[in-house]
Design a protein around this ligand. Structure first.
Ligand code: PXP
Length: 257
């Protein structure tokens, strides 16, 4: 199983001071040397972390394939078709959200044209979707090269069950269940991801997953053989503050392998 390292939060730290330090490009070279398979960046509409100039510099300088996450925004699509990353992952985007909540609305009116536009420019097109069988089938109909399953629900249930989050002000109210219910829902959520990953493999789609994966919860997802790539950001970058980026990546790769 491959690891796509999401480096957005290195740019988040840079934006806290706006003095061009730390530079996300430096992470690309470290990542390559320790065995990361892909670099993932999210060009958000509000450019809160990754900027257009980062996309240009990273694509031009990286030996690793670049996966750019973006919303169905005409200006961004036009810009990315010129930059030609290896892969695009279309994600939903709300200005007020902290991170990408939920999968893409597969009925978005312009989605098929956008996918076609990227593919015409030799860019692989992937949609970030909830692990749901009908959405997986509908994605195939759109002509995508692959699907990335949103693991956020699984990760949040895991956090509520296995961390102290439920005792804090950051508790996730939607998952405020007793332990038995949380255990059952966590199992169901893992099964949904597993079933959808098998379905997508049977449809000859590339099968990827990500969001909220961390050193505690990644093991069960890594056991799903039909998933070929995990995109992980926040947990690795957070750990890197204390142990260094190289060690944080190595620790994650060990768990995935
Ligand atoms: N995959 C997609 C499509 C995402 O939008 C994100 C968050 O930007 C990730 C993976 C990585 O999520 P996390 O930072 O929680 O590991």
């Amino acid at each position: 199983m491959n690891l796509g390292l999401n480096i957005d939060h290195i740019a988040t730290l840079r934006e806290a001071r706006k003095i061009n330090d730390p530079d996300p490009l430096e992470a690309v070279f470290i990542a390559k040397n320790v065995g990361v398979d892909q670099i993932t960046i999210h060009l958000r509409e509000d450019r809160r972390h990754i900027h257009d100039s980062d996309v240009e510099r990273i694509i031009q300088s990286s030996f690793l394939p670049i996966n750019v996450e973006c919303a169905c925004d005409d200006g961004i699509v036009e810009f990315l078709c010129k930059q030609k990353p290896y892969k695009i992952t279309l994600v939903p985007e709300k200005r007020e959200e902290i991170t990408t909540e939920g999968g893409l609305d597969i009925n978005h009116s312009n989605l098929k044209n956008i996918i076609h536009e990227f593919q015409k420019n030799q860019i692989k097109a992937v949609v970030f979707i909830d692990p749901d069988k009908s959405i997986t089938l509908a994605s195939k109909e759109l002509g995508v090269d692959g699907v990335e399953f949103h693991t956020g629900k699984y990760a949040n249930l895991d956090l509520m069950l296995h961390s102290n989050l439920s005792r804090t002000k950051n508790t996730i109210l939607a998952y405020d269940f007793d332990r038995k219910d949380l255990e059952n829902k966590l199992k169901e959520s893992l099964q949904e991801i597993n079933d959808c990953a098998s379905l997508a493999t049977g449809l000859s789609l590339g099968v990827f997953a990500g969001h909220g994966l961390n050193y505690r919860n990644v093991g069960a997802i890594a056991k799903i053989h039909s998933i070929s790539e995990l995109n992980i950001g926040q947990s690795i970058i957070a750990r890197s503050i204390f142990v260094g980026l190289q060690k944080a990546i190595e620790d994650m790769i060990k768990l995935i392998k």
